[in-house]
Design a protein around this ligand. Structure first.
Ligand code: PMP
Length: 419
C-alpha cells in the first residue's frame, strides 16, 4: 500500500472519506443526484438565481461580447468594463465608497487578511471559515482565536495585545451553524482598542438585512466596519467575490493583495451573471423575504419533528449528530427517503460536531420543507439518533450576546480551528 492509499484508508476508517456526487441540471429545489430525483437541501443558491433566465441570458450575452475568459490578472490586461460595472453596483448596494472583485471568496479572504495584517495581530472567531484561517496563516500574523461569538474573550485578547496594530475578523452569518456574529459589540471593542474590523458576509448577502444587504447594513455599521467581504457564489448565483471598503483601502488591496495581483480576473460571464442577479435582488426584495420565511418554516418543522436546530436563526440549519460515521449514515438514510442534505465532518467542523448542514432556498415550497423535515426525522431515527420530544417553538434572537447562551460548557472547550 502506498502512503497515499494508506491515508485514504484511514480517512475511510474514521468516516472522513469524501467523494463527489453528480447532479444533472441546475441547483433547483429538486435535482437528479447520481441518477435519482431528490429534494436538494444543501445548496447555497439561496435565492434560486443561479439558473434564473435573466442571469443565464446575461452570462451568455457577456460570453458573446467579452469572451469566456478575462485573459489576465486585473492589473495586467484583465480589467474589463463589466468588472467595473459590477464593482460600482456592489458598492452602491452595500453602501460603501468602492468595491473590488476577486476570483473567489476563498481568494478574497486570503488576500485581504494577508494584505491588511502582515506580521500584525489578527483576532479571529473560533468558527470562522477556512479561508479566513488560511488568510491568517498566509499573513504570518500572530493569531488569537477567540471563543465563538464571545466578545469578553475577544476583549481579553485585545487588552493583552494593546499597542500592536490589530485586525478583528469574523463571519457575519456562520457557515456551519447559521448563527450571527455580535457585530455591534465587536465594533465597539474595535473602536476602544483601535483595531480594524473585517466581516465576511458570504452567507448574509442576499439573505439578511434590508433588501438582503447583509448583517452590517442591518446593524447600520457600514462606517464602523473597515472591510466587507462577500462571494458571488451563493445568493448571487454565480462565481467570484468582492471586497467593499473605502477607496484608499481599495487602492491598497489592488497594490498588495497577492491573490488578486497574481490571479486571472473573474470570467466575464460570471461577472455579468452576478450583475443581473444583483439587479434582481434589488428589483424583487420578496425573494429575500421568502428566503427568511422559508428558513423560519424549516426550523419550525424540524423542531416540531423533535430535531434540534442549534443556534441557527438564518437559512443555514445544522442538525448536529456528533460522530462522523453517524452523520454519513443519516445522510444516506435521508437520501433513501428522497432528501439530499450533505454530511459535514471535520475538518470543516470541529471534532465531535459532525452534522447535516441544511441550506434552505427561497425557491423551496412550504410543502417541500415539511416533507423534508419528516424525512430527516426518520433518517435520524434510522441512524440511531434519539429525537427530542416535540417542544414549544423557541426562536433564537437574531444577534447572540454571549456564547454561553448558545452552547453548553463542553462545546466551549472545543479546540480552535485556527492557530
Ligand atoms: N467565506 C465563507 C463564510 C464561506 O462559507 C465561503 C464558501 N463556503 C467562502 C468564504 C468562500 O467563498 P467562495 O466559495 O466564493 O470561494
Amino acid at each position: 500500500m502506498t502512503e497515499i492509499e494508506q491515508r485514504l484508508a484511514e480517512l475511510r476508517e474514521l468516516g472522513l472519506y469524501r467523494r463527489l456526487r453528480m447532479i444533472s441540471g441546475p441547483q433547483g429545489p429538486r435535482v437528479v443526484l447520481d441518477g435519482k430525483p431528490v429534494l436538494l437541501l444543501c445548496s447555497n443558491n439561496y435565492l434560486g438565481l443561479a439558473d434564473h433566465p435573466r442571469v443565464r441570458q446575461a452570462a451568455a450575452g457577456a460570453a458573446m461580447r467579452w469572451g469566456v475568459g478575462a485573459g489576465a490578472s486585473r492589473l495586467v490586461s484583465g480589467s474589463m468594463t463589466v468588472h467595473r460595472r459590477l464593482e460600482e453596483a456592489l458598492a452602491d448596494f452595500k453602501g460603501t465608497e468602492s468595491a473590488l472583485l476577486f476570483g473567489s471568496g476563498y481568494l478574497a479572504n486570503m488576500g485581504v487578511i494577508a494584505a491588511l495584517a502582515p506580521n500584525g495581530h489578527v483576532f479571529s472567531d473560533q468558527l470562522n471559515h477556512a479561508s479566513i484561517v488560511d488568510g491568517c496563516r498566509l499573513a504570518g500574523a500572530q493569531t488569537t482565536v477567540y471563543r465563538h461569538a464571545d466578545t469578553e474573550h475577544l476583549e481579553w485578547g485585545l487588552r493583552q495585545a494593546a499597542g500592536a496594530p490589530a485586525l478583528i475578523v469574523t463571519d457575519s452569518v456562520f457557515s456551519m451553524d447559521g448563527d450571527v456574529a455580535p457585530l455591534e459589540e465587536i465594533c465597539e471593542l474595535a473602536d476602544r482598542y483601535d483595531a480594524r474590523v473585517m466581516v465576511d458576509e458570504a452567507h448574509a448577502t442576499g439573505a439578511i438585512g434590508p433588501g438582503g444587504r447583509g448583517v452590517v447594513a442591518e446593524a447600520g455599521l457600514q462606517d464602523e466596519v473597515d472591510v466587507i467581504v462577500g462571494t458571488l457564489g451563493k445568493a448571487l448565483g454565480s462565481y467570484g467575490a468582492y471586497v467593499c471598503c473605502d477607496e484608499t483601502t481599495t487602492s491598497f488591496l489592488l497594490n498588495t493583495a497577492r491573490t488578486l495581483i497574481f490571479s486571472t480576473a473573474p470570467p466575464p460571464p460570471a461577472v455579468a451573471g452576478a450583475l443581473a442577479a444583483l439587479e434582481l435582488v434589488r428589483e424583487q426584495p420578496r425573494r429575500v423575504e421568502r428566503l427568511a420565511a422559508n428558513a423560519t418554516a424549516m426550523r419550525d418543522e424540524l423542531i416540531a419533528q423533535g430535531l434540534g436546530t442549534g443556534p441557527s436563526c438564518t437559512q443555514i440549519v445544522p442538525l448536529v449528530v456528533g460522530d462522523a460515521r453517524t452523520a454519513l449514515r443519516m445522510c444516506d438514510a435521508a437520501l433513501a427517503r428522497g432528501v439530499f442534505a450533505q454530511a459535514i465532518r471535520p475538518p470543516t467542523v470541529p471534532d465531535g460536531t459532525s452534522r447535516l448542514r441544511l441550506a434552505v432556498m427561497a425557491s423551496h415550497s412550504k410543502q417541500e420543507l415539511q416533507t423534508a423535515a419528516r424525512a430527516l426525522a426518520a433518517a435520524a431515527r434510522d441512524a440511531g439518533q434519539t429525537l427530542e420530544p416535540p417542544r414549544q417553538l423557541e426562536r433564537p434572537a437574531r444577534r447572540p450576546a454571549r456564547v454561553s447562551e448558545l452552547f453548553d460548557g463542553e462545546a466551549i472547550q472545543r479546540p480552535a480551528r485556527a492557530a
